[in-house]
Design a protein around this ligand. Structure first.
Ligand code: S3P
Length: 424
């Protein structure tokens, strides 16, 4: 797809449902007794992969334009799939489902696309094995495809080396089936959607500092889940609103859970003009965000804030490229093991667009303020790379081409249409 510099950016956009919360609503609904209704479910390819995996395990799931209905099987009602489970491009599906499969009275093979087959799974294989699971990497490289033979599980206290909600959630889900309490301690707190939603479905989950504790064998009951808009998707419009001269955008119904809102803190610290309106603190907090064009300056981003903005770092790179002065991003080595190596890919193509950016072991250093110009960008089949460069193109001279641009269907199927509407 071809992109040009934006002359105009104004209007309102309503962001599709949160990807992390949509996945969890399907999974927990499948394990609950009774029916779960999900409103504003993200119809992205990743979340549809989660639905397909649970359908293969005997769960009836109705997907209509109005809502999703999950006819739950209860904690012990899943059936052995006849086929391999395919997580597609979705790390969340792969890692969270592994925690559930580890405890089932059947064997499964879990695989995914080329990207998933390169992403590290040792991080879940280790704790789940400590709990008693039989989980092996079929190719012996600690990646999917995984063979998982369910087994009786023991409660453990796991100290994770990475702040990862996928790892934490896999362990908590396995903990639903353990013979005692299960605890996970992380180096810094990662997104807490599993803890919030498991509690909402009836589980006993306690958090203190960086430790989450779950009691086994709860009775989970189906619920109505209203999924807030995904702040990770809103991030592209926040960046566009800040960067395009004269822009003013109202972004409706965005989830602003404090374990996810690092993009807002960083954008404000860089000098961004963002106002939170209509804040609603029932359950997962939401707000409408009013974003206006701003003059930005570079800052240092590292430490505890990183897990709260990990998926937004590619588009934060774009903000930094357009800001005056230096932005240093550190403590973000996890970027290397996302859908692509997001340090390498961002450094390569922002450099090609004229930015002064250098990759480091755990982030990047960006000397911002140089004019950007268009080039051809290979999305590396990474949805967040494609959307970040679509935003960079709005400020770049000449034309920008993004190949495999339709990869945005992973998390935001209507992204280009929504962006286009603001430019008219
Ligand atoms: C997610 C957790 C994060 C994030 C991913 C979604 C989740 O991954 O990058 O897009 O839904 O739990 P990690 O757990 O690997 O940090």
């Amino acid at each position: 797809m071809i992109f040009h510099k934006a002359g105009h950016l104004k209007g309102e956009v309503t962001i599709p449902g949160d990807k992390s919360i949509s996945h969890r609503a399907v999974m927990f609904g499948a394990l609950a007794e009774g029916t779960t209704e999900i409103l504003n479910f993200l119809q992205g390819a990743d979340c549809l992969s989660t639905i397909e995996c649970f359908r293969k395990m005997g769960v009836t799931i109705e997907n209509t334009p109005e809502h999703i209905l999950i006819h739950g099987k209860g904690l012990h009602g899943l059936q052995a799939p006849e086929d391999v489970l395919d997580a597609g491009n979705s790390g969340t599906t792969t890692r969270l489902i592994s925690g559930i499969l580890a405890a089932q009275p059947f064997e499964t093979t879990l695989t995914g696309d080329a990207s998933i087959q390169k992403r590290p799974m040792r991080r879940i294989m280790e704790p789940l094995s400590m709990m008693g699971a039989h989980i092996t990497s079929i190719n012996g490289n600690d990646c999917a495809p995984l063979h998982i033979a369910g087994a009786p599980l023991h409660g453990i206290h796991y100290h994770s080396k990475v702040a990862s909600a996928q790892v934490k959630s896999a362990i908590l889900l396995a903990g639903l089936y353990a013979d005692g309490i299960t605890k996970v301690t992380e180096p810094t707190v990662s997104r807490n959607h599993s803890e919030i939603m498991l509690r909402y479905f009836g589980a006993s989950v306690h958090t203190e500092g960086t430790t989450a504790t779950i009691q086994p064998e709860p009775s989970l009951f189906g619920q109505k889940v209203c999924v807030p808009g995904d702040i990770s998707s809103a991030a592209y419009f926040i960046a566009a609103g800040l960067l395009v001269p004269g822009a003013e955008i109202l972004i409706r119904n965005v989830g602003i859970n404090p374990t996810r809102d690092g993009i807002l803190k960083v954008a404000l610290e860089m000098g961004g003009n963002i106002t939170c309106l209509n804040v609603n603190n029932d359950g997962e907090p939401t707000a409408d965000l009013l974003v206006k064009h701003s003059t930005l300056h570079g800052i240092t981003i590292g430490g505890d804030i990183i897990p709260t903005l990990i998926d937004e770092l590619p588009v934060i790179n774009v903000l930094a490229a357009c800001a005056e002065g230096t932005t240093i991003i550190k403590d973000a080595a996890e970027l290397k093991v996302k859908e692509s190596n997001r340090i390498d890919v961002m450094v390569r193509y922002l450099s090609e667009m004229g930015c002064d950016i250098t990759g480091t072991d755990d982030g990047m250093v960006i000397h911002g303020g140089r004019a950007l110009h268009g080039t051809t960008i290979d999305s590396h089949m990474d949805h967040r790379i494609a959307m970040s460069f679509a935003i960079a193109s709005l400020t770049a001279d000449g034309t920008t081409e993004i190949t495999d641009s339709d990869v945005v269907t992973i998390s935001y199927p209507g992204f280009y249409e929504d962006l286009q509407k603001l430019m008219q």
